[in-house]
Design a protein around this ligand. Sequence first.
Ligand code: PAF
Length: 296
Amino acid sequence: MTRPTLIRRISDLRAALSAPRREGQSIGLVPTMGYLHRGHMALVDRARGENGIVVVSIFVNPTQFGPNEDLDIYPRDLDGDLKLCAAHGVDIVFAPEVDDMYPEPMATTIDVAPLSTILIGAQRPGHFQGVATVVAKLFNIVQPTRAYFGEKDFQQLTVVRRMVRDLSFDIAIVGVPTVREADGLAASSRNARLSPADRHAATVVSRALDLAEALVAGGERDSDKVADAVRQMIAGEKRAGTPTVDLREAGTLSEVGMIGETPVVVLVTVPLGGVLLLDQREIHGAAGANQARRTA
Ligand code: PAF
């Protein structure tokens, strides 16, 4: 098990990647904010299988946090992250300082409107502008062949895909299915902040998504009814705050009335135990399609 090379400066990363790039090696980038868990490692494993060089970036990006958000208490553990990266065959961990990424206040912002202002973007103004801008910077710094993002952050993945199309980045964006704990909870760095009781209560989210899937499989096509059922189930968990539940077209995040042949994504955010839990499930109105996807 070789430890990955830890690189802290943009210029050093560019220098380290120039030889592999000249040799024609493909570069896979997994952008993260660190405190790596099984969900991240699924992205890394996929990148490892598909690229000559794997770069994991670890950067807690201040511009995607609002003034009252959890930037200061965002969990960090570079040493643990390096060990995990070593175990999963990562070549380079790029962990830049804020001053190197943002030597002066940014005059340029990427706004993938309206994808960045709806749903979570409406609850967290400026968040997706911060994400799109730092991801664009990372793409320009690393110039990867492929970049890997989790489907759990479905809106983020959609924003990045759209940015890449609009700005003609020559990068393949790979969406990787959500990794779940044995009880269904989607893996997330924020789970570490849940008390045991809240951690147990948090399983209501994936159970509510199971319910959405079962309702559609049973013939329900009215997206409002499915969303109401999900909301009610989560409201039945007294530790959970008020959930936001939306059914949207999976490709565009546009609103859906009746669920048809086009895949639909159920997007849930729930405040619970001081953490905003996020989860999603893609479902399909076509008979048998959900079952086929689960067994694929
Ligand atoms: O998903 C994350 O961890 C972050 O939003 C990302 C993509 C690394 C950008 O800071």
